[in-house]
Design a protein around this ligand. Structure first.
Ligand code: AMP
Length: 401
């Protein structure tokens, strides 16, 4: 079965075409600047040259039609006909409490996703645009939605509730939902396979640290706790997001600086984190370069980032009453040896011991960086959210045939 995985944002559509007979990627690409003067489509067929096309693409239906044109193009195409695509999988950020796993798209499912717009106003509306655009371009082809929150629906009430008046949960669904679930689930499964141990027996802390970042305590294969909350602002210090802080900071600053709701929201989401403390960049590469050059602001940003990350690892070891495996993934987790080194250097009380040479290797494959003596396995596992969505799509379409 060939299937298309789509990740639709407000002005972009990312895609990957899979052949599920061997899970190979036939082509992938990105449409950017949808709705702006000049949209850019970048298409990369596997084994062939990348092509770029600039044109005016005003909305998602046209964007997906252009993608399909590229997939069947004589020069850069990989399919004889669009009819070869037998299913479409979509990434959706928020599944609320309704979706505990991926689901086949029906009218009711789309209505449910719309009802969740309030909880993810920036992310769920474009996902619906992507679904509708795929339906228009490929009528009758089954579609599946995979949610970033679904993996965390196993969290217990004591973990997902905030200690605030319960009426807010009942009336407005205010609770912790988490995010990056597809990634946490994927890397925890790969970790068990890599170690050749049953997932059910393992206590794993998965560190998905990229521009955004979250940690998950995966006990026996299910999410027991995760660091993001009602929105992806809670938890770790991130590229431009603050992560945890005293909620009173918000009202205090709003009062002192006379900020509106949207201004304070923007401050915490776009102008905080590494960017705010370094004063120069949200990118960990710049922070570690700056630190190597002796920049005190970059050094402080790094130290705060590492310290907050390490505290979360400690708290999840406590939550699970131990930890067998720590997994690093996403942009920083997969690429920044110095972040991994500094975090693990200070986890000696857990018996963590990282081999400095193994930690420096870059392979793009799952690998162990801990020593044979380490009491905790430390792994670097490249995440692959698209593959996870493709697998769910394949399974659900098969089940519903
Ligand atoms: P992601 O959101 O998973 O795509 O991760 C993006 C982030 O990964 C960037 O903002 C960088 O901070 C970080 N990153 C990527 N490559 C490296 C690297 N070689 N060293 C340190 N950080 C990196």
């Amino acid at each position: 079965m060939k299937l298309l995985v789509i990740n639709a944002g407000s002005s972009s559509v990312k895609y990957q075409l899979y052949d599920m007979t061997d899970e190979s990627v036939l082509a992938k690409g990105l449409v950017e600047r949808i709705g702006m003067d000049s949209s850019i489509l970048t298409h990369k067929p596997t084994g062939k040259e990348e092509v770029t096309e600039v044109s005016e693409i005003l909305e998602h239906t046209t964007a997906i039609r252009k993608v399909l044109d590229k997939l069947i193009d004589k020069e850069c195409g990989v399919l004889a006909s669009v009819d070869e695509i037998q299913a479409v999988g979509h990434r959706v950020v928020h599944g609320g409490e309704v979706f505990k796993g991926s689901a086949l798209v029906t009218g009711e499912v789309k209505s449910e996703i719309r009802r969740l717009f309030d909880l993810a106003p920036l992310h769920n509306p474009p996902a619906v645009l992507g679904i509708t655009a795929a339906e228009k371009n490929m009528p009758g082809v089954p579609q599946v939605v995979a949610f970033d929150t679904a993996f965390h629906q196993t969290m217990e009430e004591k973990v997902f509730l905030y200690p605030i008046p319960k009426v807010l949960y009942k009336k407005h669904h205010v609770r912790r939902y988490g995010a990056h679930g597809t990634s946490h689930e994927y890397v925890s499964k790969v970790a068990a396979e890599y170690l050749d141990r049953p997932l059910e027996d393992l206590k794993i802390i998965t560190c998905h640290i990229g521009n955004g970042g979250s940690l998950t305590a995966v006990k026996g294969g299910v999410s027991m706790d995760t660091s993001m909350g009602l929105t992806p602002l809670e938890g770790l210090m991130m590229g431009t997001r603050s992560g945890d802080l005293d909620p009173a900071v918000v009202t205090f600053v709003m009062n002192k600086e006379e900020l509106s709701l949207s201004e304070v929201n923007s401050m915490l989401n776009k102008h905080s984190g590494l960017l705010a403390i370094s004063g120069s960049s949200s990118d960990m590469r710049d922070i570690t370069d700056g630190m190597a050059e002796g920049d005190p602001n970059a050094t402080l940003a790094f130290e705060m980032y590492e310290y907050r990350l390490r505290k979360y690892i400690g708290s999840y070891a406590a939550a699970m009453d131990g930890v067998d495996v720590i997994v690093f993934t996403a942009g920083i987790g997969e690429n920044s040896a110095v972040v991994r080194e500094k975090v693990c250097e200070n986890l000696t009380y857990l018996g963590v011991e990282v081999d400095p040479e193994l930690n420096k290797i870059r392979s793009g494959e799952p690998r162990r960086i801990s020593t044979p003596n380490s009491k905790v396995e430390v792994l670097v596992i490249p995440t692959n959210e698209e593959l996870m969505i493709a697998r769910d799509t394949y399974r659900i379409v098969q089940e519903n045939q």
